[in-house]
Design a protein around this ligand. Structure first.
Ligand code: 13P
Length: 279
């Protein structure tokens, strides 16, 4: 498996974005890779701390590593939103190729200091680090953060200082997307994104990709976003299709697993056609 560096730089060159999709079981990893294969796209399998009840770090590594060996395009296994240093160390030990340290709830100084430490530790193993500055609000049905999360837009000048002095490989910014589904019409601040992109050399990451109108996603990619995270939308569409299926059929569990891989792949394909397009 690869770290994020090469894929994010490739995305930047071709004015597209790499999709980072949350995975929590065999079906999600399988479906993500099937879609990535169809688009000949590099892909990021994102595993958040929240899903440790579903799979251990070594289990998600084993599944993703095994499936990626039979897969002809680059795959990165990335630890999504993590504020715990022991979990980051454990993910590195388990074989993850990339990690996110989420210090968005901390003071600027503390976020910077810990992000710098994480970069030092991860870079020594060839592992990329995503950091976050500013914070996203919680929308409906979100599985990231908490209900109390409030929006703080990323300050472009601070983003410059932060990325230069931490040496992070990618920076997650807050420009108006939310984790989950929007409670009101999205207010995406493309002006802030433009200002950040002018000042920050590191690739920029958009969290809260779900439910964001296609035209805004395109506008964000044109202005320098090179990684887009999607979770809620995929889970929601797979659950809806599963409910429809179970309404009319009572399949064997093995068949349901296959159908759910297809449902994941359909949702990821929709996102990849927007983020990456055809190679
Ligand atoms: P959504 O659930 O809004 O797609 O956000 C996903 C995300 O940002 C994962 O880090």
């Amino acid at each position: 498996m690869e770290n994020m560096s090469r894929m994010l730089h490739q995305a930047r060159e071709r004015k597209s974005a790499v999709g980072a999709f949350n995975a929590y079981n065999y079906e999600t990893v399988k479906g993500i890779l099937a879609a990535a294969r169809a688009f000949e796209a590099p892909v990021i399998v994102a595993f958040g701390e929240k899903y440790l009840a579903n799979m251990s770090l070594s289990d998600i590594y084993a599944v993703t590593d095994s499936l990626s060996r039979q897969h002809p395009f680059p795959v990165c296994l990335h630890l999504d939103h993590c504020s715990s240093l022991p979990v980051i160390e454990a993910a590195i030990g388990a074989g993850f190729s990339s990690v996110m340290f989420d210090g968005s709830a901390l003071s600027y100084e503390k976020n910077l200091r810990i992000t710098r430490e994480v970069c030092k530790m991860a870079h020594a193993h060839g592992i990329t680090v995503e950091a976050e500055l500013g914070s996203l609000a919680a929308g409906n049905e979100s599985h990231e953060g908490s209900e109390e999360d409030r929006e703080t837009y990323t300050d472009p000048q601070q983003a410059h200082e932060f990325s230069e002095s931490t040496g992070c490989d990618a920076l997650a910014v807050s420009i108006g997307t939310v984790h989950g589904l929007y409670r009101k019409a999205p207010q995406i601040r493309l002006d802030i994104l433009e200002a950040i992109a002018k000042q920050v050399a590191a690739p920029l990451v958009l969290h809260g990709g779900s439910d964001t109108p296609d035209s805004l996603i395109r506008a964000c990619i044109e202005r320098g976003i090179t990684k887009i995270n999607v979770n809620t939308e995929i889970s929601g569409s797979v659950i809806e299709k599963t409910a429809e299926l179970l309404h009319t059929e009572k399949p064997h569990l093995a068949v349901l697993s296959l159908r759910q891989q297809e449902f994941v792949s359909e949702a990821v394909s929709r996102a990849l056609s927007l983020f990456w397009g055809k190679s």
